[in-house]
Design a protein around this ligand. Structure first.
Ligand SMILES: [Zn+2]
Length: 465
């Protein structure tokens, strides 16, 4: 039995030509099917669960508002005109800025294929121009300084300070944690410059995971990085890239680790692996982790502490790009949900605006920056909440969340097999290039089966110069 759930467009994984695609429910899962006249048929798992559960996930989604200003015209059509073009339907919630292509690790798993090329990186004037482009086109989203590994730049604190001076309230550092674990003075310079959050790659709690994902033992380094952040009083978001059979059994352990380091750790942001680079064959179903898999894993591996009701689709489209949730740590050390998908009055998360303080963009500003100001871990005696909080006002909630909140979020990226152009047009995770273009993250990192990219990255720009 299969059932057509919707039609969209995608790209051929071989030639990157735009082709029609269909979302189809079949045998309890949802697939994206497409056919290139030249290269044949392709089919990829996009949702592990019934067609109805897939449709339900999207039912309350509202259309988002596009960028303030488009910087490129419509020419060949989506996804070839990113800049952004006027066809784009969502403004940025996060803006990635690659400040270097260098890296101090050689990870087998890397979005940015970093490290192979040496020295090309934007200078401070170019970065000023990039910030300016972001302001002009999108306003002030959260900035993620990325790479490569951004902390290889000694002038990263200046880059942070420049962004703060230009009006960006929330600047995150996307890092593997190696330098901040070893160099406290550098971390303190970042904090003094105004960095808001350390967005820390954190694939698991044991070295076997890091051997696979990063090619070296890093478990102790990660703990040291978090401990230094506690001392420097900067918030941390743990960012695990989830890979089937490698670390998808550690979801519960990661949540326990996060709890043990609250309030320094502000959240856990899961990124199911997407297949970029050279992949001559379609990844198998068992190579994929979809939104329902992450939710199921969290529920099973936390022994009933978390329930699937706690995890919400993002309210503003695109719902299939994320889930969001917010918890408070109770006195008994259990997480108490602020959200209930179907029943609760109190709803908070990306795109939920019931709170007077919160919008999609401010969810991260509010919850991901360290606001406790009282050092590292909770003492055993702290904090007097022990049952589902009877919170009557948003002020109650935000006071509690400021010191005891934890977000658990997830963002699956698209790859050439799963790419849905309707979804891409509503993407709010963007990247700004040194050429002052703004490109959705998933389009920027997209590669064909032979590794050909749709958009030139920093490394290729360097090679061609
Ligand atoms: Zn083709």
């Amino acid at each position: 039995m299969n059932r057509l759930l919707g039609e969209t467009e995608s790209l051929c994984p071989e030639c990157l030509y735009r082709i029609p695609a269909r979302k189809v429910a079949e045998d309890g899962n949802v697939y994206l099917e497409k056919e290139c006249p030249e290269h044949g048929k392709f089919k990829a798992l996009i949702w592990r669960g019934s067609g109805q559960s897939y449709l339900d996930w999207n039912q309350n989604a509202q259309e988002a508002v596009g960028p303030l200003k488009s910087l490129t015209p419509v020419g060949r059509g989506c996804p070839y005109d990113c800049g952004l073009c006027p066809e784009h339907k969502a403004n940025a919630c996060t803006m990635v800025m690659e400040v270097t292509h260098r890296c101090n690790l050689r990870c087998p798993v890397c979005f940015a294929s970093s490290g192979q090329i040496s020295s090309h990186e934007p200078d401070i004037e170019t970065i000023k121009g990039m910030y300016h482009t972001v302001l002009q086109s999108t306003g002030t989203p959260s900035i993620q300084l990325s790479g490569g590994e951004p902390t290889v730049r000694d002038d990263l604190p200046e880059i942070v300070a420049l962004g703060r001076r230009m009006g960006f309230q929330h600047i995150m550092i996307n890092t593997n944690g190696v330098r901040i674990a070893k160099d406290m003075e550098y971390l303190q310079r970042l904090v003094h410059a105004g960095a808001g959050t350390i967005f820390l790659q954190f694939d698991g709690v044991s070295d076997d995971v890091y051997q696979y994902t990063r090619g070296t033992n890093l478990a102790d380094i990660k703990v040291k990085a978090v401990s230094n952040c506690a001392e420097a009083e900067i918030g941390v978001i743990l960012v695990p890239v989830l890979i089937p059979g490698i670390n998808d059994h550690q979801l519960g352990d990661i949540i326990q680790f996060a709890k043990s380091w609250m309030p320094t750790i502000r959240g856990v942001h899961f990124q199911p692996i997407s297949y970029l680079g050279r992949y001559p064959a379609v990844p198998r179903d068992e190579d994929r982790i979809t939104i329902p898999d992450v939710i199921d894993g969290l529920v099973r591996q936390t022994g009933g502490e978390l329930s699937s009701e706690n995890f919400l689709p993002r309210r503003s489209r695109e719902a299939y790009c994320a889930f969001t949730s917010l918890f408070i740590l109770g006195e008994d050390k259990r997480l108490l949900p602020i959200n209930q998908r179907h029943t609760g009055e109190l709803v908070s998360g990306w795109g939920y605006t019931r709170s007077p303080w919160e919008s999609a963009r401010s969810f991260m500003n509010l919850h991901w920056q360290f606001s406790g100001g009282n050092g590292a871990r909770y003492s055993e005696s702290c904090c007097g909440v022990n049952s589902a909080p009877k919170l009557r006002s948003w002020e109650d909630i935000y006071q509690l969340v400021a010191i005891r909140g934890l977000t658990i979020t997830c963002m699956p990226f698209q790859d050439i097999w799963t790419l849905d152009l309707e979804r891409l047009k509503r993407c709010c995770g963007h990247l700004v290039t040194p050429d002052n273009q703004i490109i959705p993250f998933c389009a920027y990192y997209l590669t064909s089966t032979s590794g050909k990219r749709l958009y030139t990255n920093l490394a290729e720009a360097a090679t061609s110069k």
